[in-house]
Design a protein around this ligand. Structure first.
Ligand SMILES: [Zn+2]
Length: 344
């Protein structure tokens, strides 16, 4: 596979610790349910998303498959790969980089889910499916800038598909199904419109993107940017070791994740925090458990500890607190969380 030209290295991104950690947790464990980044327009979010995709090892896909089916998981194949198998043909494997697909705000439903040519099906008895964005994003990252400006209906489709991992298009009794497993990354500037709480709740994590206020960090950013613009290749290569280390850490976390234990004491503390912050519903509690397990795996531990809660809890509950609109969520009460943790 030809390597893309040199994107900015993930490990060279200074600051935005929550965004970086949120992305790392999602690529280790996509069941966390994606990430929503609040903040003004800027390049930090898009840079980080592209950088993490570049950092990860190549994935095995079925050669020639438009949906990038996974040859090692035949329980989740597109109809075309399944038919191939049924005909007794072998699914050849090739390795490709994880993709980042951008969803434009103007995207129509057809563009998102794909379209089925019904004439062709009736006349020739053959299904002709034009893949949409959900197909392109399979096993990659779907990046939606200004997700709050999309139709609620489209956001619903994205969240459904992200949760189920498949996309089915149906027209006049004919249907086509393909895998659509992706990490949904949305951005929004709350000053330009909100998302309904029901939609917010279905994003796994959320982070706030803020301007960097420490002078030293800003100097570091300028230096790195300048070096990168001077020679992207040399700059990327100077981070090769850190990139490899991070990729190995993520791979290791993926491997040990299923064996990470969460003591009951932690679950009880989580529940108390949710009650203390006034978070309704159980989706938040469940996501917090997943995020904690994933964080422990990233730290190469087999058990979640009390200290892990402070690292991820704000990302899980920020967008789930009743006190929306957004202005109020700006004051995520970490002191309150700490007092609940240490009260036990
Ligand atoms: Zn396929």
């Amino acid at each position: 596979m030809a390597k893309r030209e040199h994107p900015f290295p993930f490990t060279a991104i200074v600051g935005q610790e929550d965004l970086k950690l949120g992305l790392i947790l999602n690529v280790i464990n996509p069941k966390i349910g994606g990430i929503l980044a609040f903040g003004e327009k800027g390049t930090a979010k898009s840079t980080a998303v592209r950088a993490i995709a570049e950092l990860l090892p190549e994935i095995p896909v079925v050669s020639g498959c438009r949906f990038r089916c996974n040859p090692n998981d035949t329980s989740l194949l597109c109809e075309e790969c399944r038919e191939k198998l049924e005909r007794g043909e072998k699914l050849e494997t090739e390795y490709v980089k994880m993709r980042v697909i951008d969803l434009p705000v103007s995207a129509t439903e057809d563009r998102v889910v794909g379209s089925l040519d019904i004439e062709e099906a009736i006349q020739k008895g053959k299904k002709k499916f034009e893949p949409g964005v959900l197909a392109e994003a399979n096993r990659g990252i779907l990046y939606v800038d200004e997700v709050n400006l999309l139709d609620d209906h489209i956001v619903d489709l994205l969240l459904d598909s992200a949760a189920m991992g498949v996309n089915t298009v149906e027209r006049e009794g004919i249907s086509f199904t393909h895998p659509a497993q992706f990490i949904l990354v949305g951005t929004m500037n709350p000053e330009e419109g909100e998302l309904r709480p029901q939609l917010l709740d279905r994003f796994g994590l959320s982070v706030r993107i803020e301007g960097i206020k420490e002078a030293e960090k800003r100097v570091q950013i300028v230096k790195y940017r300048n070096a990168y613009e001077d020679d992207p290749k040399v700059f990327s290569e100077s981070f090769a070791e850190q990139e490899k280390e991070m990729a190995d850490r993520i791979e290791n976390a993926r491997a040990i994740l299923k064996d990470v234990r969460v003591p009951d004491e932690i679950l009880l503390t989580d529940a108390r925090i949710a009650i203390g912050l006034g978070v309704d519903g159980h989706r938040g509690d469940l996501t917090l458990m997943k995020a904690l397990k994933t964080f422990a795996a990233f730290e190469n531990r087999s058990e979640v500890s009390l200290g892990d809660i402070e690292k991820v809890v704000h990302m899980v509950f920020l967008h789930r607190m009743k006190s929306l609109p957004f202005e109020q969520t700006k004051s995520f009460d970490m002191d309150k969380v700490r007092s609940i943790i240490h009260d036990n």
